[in-house]
Design a protein around this ligand. Structure first.
Ligand SMILES: [Zn+2]
Length: 292
């Protein structure tokens, strides 16, 4: 099953929906960050969610950042998506280990914590980014994102996110969906969506039955006539470059940069999202310093 994102409209109801499958990209995130299972699940769910937020954005160069800080042992979880739904992300503590929950599932809520916030930052290439922030409900991420849409954007939403980790700690399945009611949706529509979501059941179970993103939505939206408006591959993609790192170094200011040349002579900067290392010799740094 390929990593892809599918966006649908319902022809006969004011409902639109997105689903994503991302086994390979979450596995890549696990390898980059060496996450243990509960952190793989937390990061994976955030990446799936952020991908769905990203593909709704308009305008090349726009991006959306999802940041979850709940006071739990994982620290903060960050995911960033471009408008293609391609994502990157990181967690503070990838090695967090917790006992499984009573139902045998990874305890993402306990790893993330519940005393904190979920923040969505939409950078639309305008001067000021849009920032929305809500208190966490459970730290399980899907519920928290649902709450974000209801209270921050006033959009009734059903969201599910799932990451299954295999015995060898690799990612077995990852995916999720976001179903949203548009203005004008009546009680009967709400009821049909709720029924559909119940019928679909747990997203990880559907993914284990090899449902792809389109099938997830078709199952959840069974009573409606569904039209696919977009289907595209997604991947783990980092937008870092030497130029960006140079800009970050320059933003430290003249004194800091000069101090670094004097004390260390050189520097290495590794990207927090993909681990790529950028090396700067004393000569490179002196050239940079001339630009400040
Ligand atoms: Zn990078």
């Amino acid at each position: 099953m390929a990593d892809e994102i599918v966006r649908v409209l319902c022809k006969n109801a004011p409902v639109n929906a997105i689903a994503v499958t991302g086994r390979d990209l979450v596995e890549q995130a696990r390898r980059i960050h060496h996450t243990l299972p509960v952190a793989t699940a937390a990061l994976g769910r955030s990446l799936m969610a952020c991908s769905m937020l990203g593909c709704r954005l308009k305008g090349k160069g726009s991006s959306v950042t999802l940041r979850i800080r709940g006071g739990g042992p994982i620290g903060s979880v960050t995911a960033v998506s471009d408008t293609d739904g391609c994502v990157r992300g990181c967690v503070n503590n990838p090695a967090v280990e917790l006992p499984l929950r009573g139902d045998g599932k990874l305890d993402v809520g306990a790893a993330v914590g519940r005393a904190g916030t979920l923040t969505v930052i939409k950078d639309l290439d305008l001067k000021d980014p849009y920032v929305g922030c809500v208190p966490l409900v459970s730290g399980e991420i899907a519920e928290d994102l649902t709450q974000y849409f209801v209270s921050s954007e006033q959009i009734p939403t059903a969201c599910a996110l799932g990451v299954l980790v295999d015995r060898d700690q690799s990612v077995l399945r990852a995916g999720g969906y976001l179903i949203q009611l548009l203005p004008g949706a009546g009680e009967d529509t709400v009821e049909k969506v709720e029924q559909g979501v119940r019928r679909l059941g747990q997203v990880t179970a559907a993914l284990l039955e090899d449902a792809d993103a389109g099938q997830l939505l078709r199952r959840a939206l069974q009573p409606f006539e569904v039209e696919v408006v977009e289907r595209r591959p997604v991947s783990y993609r980092c937008g870092c470059s030497r130029q960006r790192v140079e800009r970050a170094l320059l933003s430290m200011g003249r004194a800091e940069l000069a101090g670094m040349i004097e004390q260390q002579g050189r520097c290495e900067v590794s990207c927090q999202f993909c681990g790529k290392v950028y090396s700067f010799s004393g000569e490179d740094l002196t050239k940079l310093l001339a630009c400040v």
